[in-house]
Design a binder for this molecule. Structure first.
Ligand code: NOJ
Ligand code: CA
Length: 687
């Protein structure tokens, strides 16, 4: 967080105009490069509206802002006047303690519009826009004021009026989980309700035709748009309600069965940022740091106790049915012996950590629920941790709650204190199933606060969190860098047991341009035994083995699992890539990509001159011409290329892989062939 250079020039403009003509915008702000422009005015009724253009073409047509419906109070909607409008410039460079790159430019122009009602309560509302070269964010601020001390929001009503019937990559606006497959359709074909009752998702709650964010679109003119939110704190998550007739979306906040409102806050407070990324190339969406920039700087200080790492674990075997979480089956996975085998394997292979699931009491019925300090009798936690330390391997703790958040909250301090006493710095938490307190949803204000409070509490014990069944990422890792990764999408686990065929080859080429725009993902790649017929005849991974390697580069996370059973790695030459690949990056470059089709990403490892490249395709075979002009000039590198074998195919021949070594420099060019459902990975090591 050092090295930050702040340059803030403030212009004050008191606005005195009236808006008689239709397109007479009252105030405007553009991005530093002037490509993105936001216009703002009040309607004749005094309601705030805005419009967004990109390179002089509308991307958001005139839309309403806010129009808050409140409980027991008249809506905060019309009758406003502008008290003051202020524009300012901001420019800083901040450093990511770990991440996709080291330095991040945070450069925007801000427009702050202070409004006040002309009548009755004379309530005040401020709207702030921050406009970047790659998009914008805006939020509502409720300043301290006399007649307004508590806000109980039943609806927020932020509108995004689209300019056409765009192509959309969407998942339904489910209040309880994000584990749906993406659908690609025209905006007018979005049908979220059709996604309820999925055989492998019993706990969905999709109250209306809305989508979850991040949601990505492509216009007929080839502009890419992504809608999301940043810095979701003490508020409900936003879904976007679909209005097909008017090609419009309206924010719809997640609710709770326990309240007849969506959000309750004391004044002063502000909402999360509503964000819009705008790009001419799909890959630019991935390179954008807009969401992070809209979050506040680090509030927890030193995070050097968390080290990005690869990890193995007692995990995939549980999903395959080789072993179980609980002991009742007689094939308990989390034994001291098994954990030590994973530690030995990791120590041998440049892997820093081991996840152990099913170590604690409570997995089987009649055990009285979860307890986060008591091990099963065949698992000696202290001994496993000691053994790991001896070998330089850290244990990753596991806290599954089965949705019983009340029980977890009571034990969190004790559980984190145990971790601290053992020197364990990472926990994977889980929230499978319906929640206790009954009536709450995973994405409502109550749970948003639980997830955030957990991260804040954990930081005090030097614990970092990888949450499964989480709240979506909104860039809070900038503020709380112990927020390291999350699930929040259909992960690899679905390939082990889903009855709908698992994740299709197009899944990850969509994820890279949707869920991944929000932040790091614990997808758990690296399955080498693609068909795993020994365990499950009817399930498989729907990619080639080369694509599994590529995912270490394509899907970003500071913790990357080598998820397969150890025995499937032993003796396999392709494993060398997992051994070599970095997990913490100085630079990230998207070399090519189209949403749902293919994507190639190159990342430079921190503190070395090594680069790693990963490319993946959907069900279609492709040929790619790669250039390496991102490499340092006048340096010679050794590249090991892991590409799909000649006859490779995600279903017919998924393990055919070709490994070759070549010398390259920044002038080199390379042709690679990707099989259907395939990919490639390249490690580029400075000689
Ligand atoms: C669901 C998580 O996504 C998975 O990774 C974990 O193994 C199970 N819950 C059990 O906690
Ligand atoms: Ca899950």
């Amino acid at each position: 967080m050092n090295n930050s250079l702040k340059l803030s020039i403030v212009f004050l403009s008191i606005l005195l105009f009236s808006c008689s003509k239709k397109n007479d915008w009252q105030t405007t702000v553009t991005s530093p490069d002037e490509n993105v422009k936001v216009e703002f005015k009040l309607t004749e009724k005094g309601g705030p509206i805005y419009l967004v253009t990109f390179k002089n073409k509308e991307v958001i047509k005139t839309s309403t802002l806010g129009g808050f419906d409140l409980k027991d109070m008249v809506s905060l909607k019309d009758n406003f006047e502008i008290v003051k409008a202020t524009t300012s410039d901001f420019n800083e460079i901040w450093e990511m303690p770990w991440g996709e790159q080291t330095k991040v430019e945070n450069k925007y122009k801000e427009l702050k519009i202070e409004l006040q009602e002309k009548i009755d309560l004379k309530r005040k509302l401020t709207i702030v826009f921050r406009v970047y070269n790659d998009g914008l964010g805006f939020r509502y601020e409720f300043p301290e004021q006399e007649n307004f001390s508590e806000v109980i929001i039943t609806d927020e009503n932020t509108q995004f009026n689209l300019t056409g019937n765009h192509t959309v990559w969407w998942t339904p606006g489910d209040w309880d989980l994000y584990e749906h497959l993406y659908t690609t359709s025209k905006f007018t074909e979005i049908d979220a309700l059709a996604k309820a009752n999925h055989p492998n998702l019993s706990k969905t709650h999709i109250p209306e035709n809305a989508v979850n964010t991040p949601v990505t679109m492509k216009t007929d003119e080839g502009i890419y748009l992504n809608f999301h939110e940043a810095s979701l704190v003490d508020y409900s998550a936003m879904t976007l309600k679909i209005d097909k007739e008017n090609l419009a979306m309206t924010s719809e906040l997640v609710g709770s069965e326990n309240n007849d409102y969506k959000v309750k806050r004391a004044v002063p407070f502000h909402t999360p940022w509503r964000t819009l990324q705008i790009a001419e190339k799909a890959g630019d969406l991935i390179e954008s740091r807009l969401i992070l920039n809209l979050n506040e700087p680090n509030k927890i200080g030193d995070i050097s106790w968390f080290k990005p790492t690869k990890y193995t674990g007692i995990w995939w075997e549980l999903h395959l049915g080789k072993s179980t979480w609980g002991m009742a089956s007689g094939k308990h996975g989390a034994t001291t012996e098994n954990a030590k085998a994973f530690i030995d394997f990791s120590a041998k292979n440049n892997i820093g950590a081991v996840l152990v699931e099913g170590w604690n009491n409570g997995w089987d019925p009649n055990e009285g629920g979860f307890d986060y300090v008591t091990s099963y009798p065949d698992y000696d936690l202290k001994e496993v941790v000691r053994y790991g330390k001896e070998k330089g391997v850290e244990i990753i703790m596991h806290h599954e709650t089965f949705g019983n958040v009340e029980n977890y909250i009571k034990q969190q301090d004790t559980a984190y204190a145990l971790m601290q006493s053992l020197g364990i710095h990472t926990v994977k938490s889980g929230y499978v199933g319906k929640l206790m307190p009954i009536g709450e949803y995973h994405h409502g204000q109550f749970m948003v606060n639980h997830y955030n409070n957990s991260v804040i509490k954990a930081a005090k014990y030097q614990v970092a969190i990888n949450a499964h069944e989480p709240i979506k990422d909104t860039g809070l890792r900038r503020t709380y860098p112990n927020t390291i990764a999350r699930e929040g999408l259909r992960g690899q686990e679905f390939n082990a047991w889903a009855t709908d065929g698992g994740n299709p080859p197009e899944h990850l080429p969509i994820v890279a341009f949707t869920a991944m725009l929000a932040g790091p993902i614990d997808y758990t790649p690296g399955i080498f035994d693609i068909k795993f017929d020994k365990w499950k005849k009817d399930n498989q991974v729907n990619t080639t083995i080369a694509q599994q390697l590529a995912l270490y580069v394509v899907i970003y996370s500071p913790i990357q699992m080598a998820a397969d059973l150890i025995e499937n790695y032993e003796g396999n030459l392709a494993f060398q890539f997992i051994k070599d690949v970095g997990v913490d990056w100085q630079t990230t470059k998207v070399l090519n990509g189209e949403i749902g089709d293919f994507v190639t990403i190159a990342r430079k490892e921190r503190n070395t001159d090594n680069w790693f490249v990963g490319g993946i395709t959907d069900e279609n075979a492709r040929e790619m011409d790669l250039k390496f002009d991102f490499l340092s000039p006048d340096v010679s590198y050794e590249a090991i290329i892991y590409e799909d074998g000649k006859e490779a195919h995600w279903n017919e021949n998924p393990t055919a892989i070709n490994i070759r070594k070549i010398e390259i420099n920044n002038q080199s060019a390379l042709k690679v062939k990707l099989a259907p459902g395939g990919g490639f990975a390249i490690s580029i090591i400075k000689k």
